[in-house]
Design a protein around this ligand. Structure first.
Ligand code: NAD
Length: 388
């Protein structure tokens, strides 16, 4: 028997009792979660060990919570729909029903936000929840496991700490919904386990997010935006721009502008900057460092294994079959590849796995809308078209 079978059946019994359904219950649990965020703010900041994560971790949870508290009443209302011939004699409406006992599996890169934001949705929808934080961010895992259950109804909400082996066992249980955030390879494992019980899943995965920079744009603006997105949290963000596609002429203009933006954000030596992060673990450091051997280093390239430091790096003369183009980089490396036109860029992107996000920089609206409508995205469905 799976070691968590008893926990899952305890939560299922609580769910079947109907206690999570009333709006007052959901509001009380959401408010308790808000108290956790307020009262444990300092502990959360210490566990995430970086003040710069305050925006990504706490503020995003707070804003999701406020948005949910303000809208829950409207969301819970039945929605009336028009009748057709087959439903003439019925009363027809859409009712938003909870799934039941849901499992949320979180990654390490934004360990609070990517666990609690799905939790807010799951509570609001009237579910019972098992949360499985990432074992890589140990401090956050411990904080969440030890503290969060004290704020929530323990009949309905539980935290399981588990590495790969125990998570595999956890997934043997039947859940009514699984919300997974992580890598595509683990996403496949989760979906396979879910298929055994025909459990619906949401997979929030990573991918290589292309950034097309056309010849008509404000180069300084583009460089600042790309550098911010790529090097924030040392590149360990799922929606970060992964690589740049542009003409040879644009590459010549972009390189000095990127160098200037990096110096402006992180000073002449990013290693000494309090605003520049480190790679999360030694295994991840080795993986990202190996990607530096693609093409030619135009900016950065310095590393320090002891500190797991990799400088903000820009690579040029990168080929399609170089290691850096085979997987999501998830580190502070930005390869630039040259293309001859927007159509060339579209063909390049569509020949690969669907990206999570597409960035198109052009002052011409036709270019933005042509690229945007020609490139399908994966489940993330986030599309940003910054101009400038
Ligand atoms: P990961 O896939 O290695 O791990 C995610 C979770 O799965 C962790 O809780 C881990 O314990 C668990 N896990 C790992 N191996 C498992 C296995 N064999 N069986 C069952 N569970 C297993 O991902 P990560 O390294 O924590 O996070 C980085 C990845 O997440 C990147 O690919 C990134 O792009 C992606 N991501 C996506 C989003 C999004 O919203 N789409 C957000 C953040 C991160």
């Amino acid at each position: 028997m799976s070691p968590h079978a008893e926990l899952v059946s305890r939560l299922r019994a609580a769910w079947l009792s109907g206690k999570t359904r009333p709006m007052e219950y959901r509001l009380a649990q959401l408010e308790a979660l808000g108290r956790f965020l307020d009262e444990k703010k300092q502990d959360i900041l210490e566990a995430t060990a970086a003040d710069m994560l305050e925006v990504s971790e706490l503020s995003i949870c707070r804003s999701e919570l406020n948005h949910t508290l303000n809208n829950l009443g409207a969301w819970m209302k039945d929605k009336h729909v028009e009748k057709n011939w087959a439903t003439q004699l019925d009363s027809a409406f859409i009712r938003k029903d909870p799934y039941g006992v849901v499992l949320i599996i979180g990654p390490w890169n934004y360990p609070i936000n990517l666990l609690l934001v799905p939790l807010i949705g799951a509570i609001a929808a009237g579910n019972c929840v098992v949360m499985k934080p990432s074992e890589i961010t140990r401090n956050v895992e411990r904080l969440v496991a030890e503290t969060l259950p004290r704020y929530l109804d323990e009949d309905c909400f539980a935290v399981v700490t588990a590495g790969v082996e125990e998570t595999t066992r956890l997934l043997e249980n039947k859940f009514d919904y699984i919300f997974f955030t992580g890598s595509p390879s683990v996403g496949r494992i989760v979906m396979t386990a879910a298929a055994k019980h025909l459990t619906p899943v949401t997979l929030e995965l990573g991918g290589k997010n292309p950034c097309y920079v056309s010849d008509s744009c404000n180069v300084q603006n583009v460089a600042r935006r790309v550098a911010w997105g790529r090097f924030f949290n040392a590149g360990q963000t799922c929606v970060a721009p992964d690589y740049v596609l542009c003409s040879v002429e644009m590459q010549e203009k972009l390189l000095p502008a990127l160098r200037e933006a990096i110096t402006e954000f992180y000073g002449p030596n990013p290693r000494e900057s309090p605003d520049f992060g480190r790679i999360v673990g030694d295994r991840q450091f080795q993986r990202v460092q190996a990607l530096l051997h693609s093409g030619h280093t135009a900016i950065g390239g310095q590393t320090d294994a002891g500190e797991r430091y990799i400088a903000p790096t820009v690579l040029v003369e990168v080929q399609q079959d170089d290691p850096v183009m085979q997987e999501e980089i998830f580190g502070p490396i930005l390869p630039i590849l040259t293309v001859t036109s927007v159509d060339d860029a579209i063909a390049f992107i569509n020949a690969r796995e669907r990206p999570l996000v597409l960035y198109v920089f052009s002052s011409r609206k036709e270019v933005r809308s042509w690229a945007g409508s020609s490139i399908p995205l994966s489940v993330g469905r986030i599309l940003l078209w910054p101009s400038g």
